[in-house]
Design a protein around this ligand. Sequence first.
Ligand code: SF4
Ligand code: SF4
Length: 503
Amino acid sequence: MLEASFKGGVYIANPYPLNNIQIEQVALPKQVVLCLQQSVGGEAKPCVNVGERVLTGQVIAQTKGVLLTQVHASISGVVTAIEKRPIVHPSGLDARCIVIDSDGKDEWIEIEKQHQDFLNCTPEKIRQWICEAGIVGMGGAGFPTHTKIQNTQNAHTLIINATECEPGIMCDDSLMQTYPREVMRGVEVLMYACGAKKAIVAIEEDKTEAFNALLLYKFNDSISIKKVPTKYTSGAEKILIKALLGVEISSGAYAADYGILCQNVGTVKAIYDAVIDNKPLISRIVTVTGSAVKYPKNYEVRLGTAFAEIVKKSQPNHHTHHFRVGGMMMGIDIPNAEYAIGKTSNCIFVNNIEAAPSVKACIRCSMCATVCPVNLLPQQLFWYAKSENIDKAQAYHLNDCIECGCCDYVCPSNIPLTQYFNFAKALGKQLEWENQQTNQARARFEFREYRLQRHQKERSEMMAAKKKALKEKMAKETGKGNAQQDKIAQAMARIKKTKEDNA
Ligand code: SF4
Ligand code: SF4
């Protein structure tokens, strides 16, 4: 029975479903390329040099920034380069990476004792371990987990997002079926770390095996497992919170502002590994799927491995392929599979190249508005975005668009609405930046004018004061001169009188 639902969204069946969701453990790669930017906040600083030998689990890039996470070696071997490489990012720009050639030994750093008795540690200590393990939101957001927990202290509810972000992704389903004990224990650890009194694991209604697997390990009455519709975009944080708790997070606000912490189920497993097993995040589960592969599958693979390594295991056909990382709806297109797996790489689609459908005029059918999960009017937004009327688009809440692509998916005219919204947002940011520049230039000019006027006024006041002082001085000196003349006249008069007396 469904315990939560939400308005809008679209039902999209998994285009390449699997009978067997088992995870294949991938052999150690010969080389890994570890990006220094594994979270939203920028690059960590390398603490190893080219030519240095590193062990699996060793910190190779450090940071103290709240939006950054440190990077660990995912294999043992030798650092062969620290240089820019292509990374999966909407900008398409390269970023600095540490390249390690494997020695084939997978020799680990010394792991201190496990922390089964985490309840005897302070929540601060647990957050520190999570930070040291380099954990980020593994559903795709890449926000550092320790910072998100820190920002949600005194949370009343913890929500575990166990819905697949998009149709076709199966990594979380396979994770829950393979590691249910670790997931449920990880939920308890996270509740303790953030102080939440209850936790809800939200799982899609068609993930029956995963639901039953988690249920077997549910020993804590403060944790409930709730089914949500297998409807895209149930995985979007604000929508999931509204569906489960009826709480609407207002525009510009965060779940933390409402005392709610939301974490992806893969992140919870990584927290278990970090806190209980004392192991950093060095691997993840990735789904390989798409129209061009013979065997869609889930692989557990070391971070930094090239996508090509797991794509070839799924036996792609010999045609030219279209690669998309992160899902068919909101993913990022990449030109080939020579990119490295990062902490947020949940899925890679390998598709045959198909001609794009022809775009027709809007027929005002309103289907886009019906499916919009955040209650926008995409057809109106489209007009304003197309005409670059950004003020109007923003008045229609352009910035609340989560770019889910539901409107594109149902549009009978094949209008790439989300592309227009993406463009309009970028244009809005550009205009805002230009406005800021103009305002700053105006403020600078006005301050200069004020400074010049003040300088002139001060100068005139100073001149006037000087003039006045000079006048006073002269007046004094004139006064002194008169007194002298009086004295001389008096002396002359005395001399004259003496002469007259003597005559
Ligand atoms: S779904 Fe497409 S055609 Fe229909 S109103 Fe929206 S933009 Fe226009
Ligand atoms: S892309 Fe934006 S406008 Fe379109 S359905 Fe999603 S949230 Fe609504």
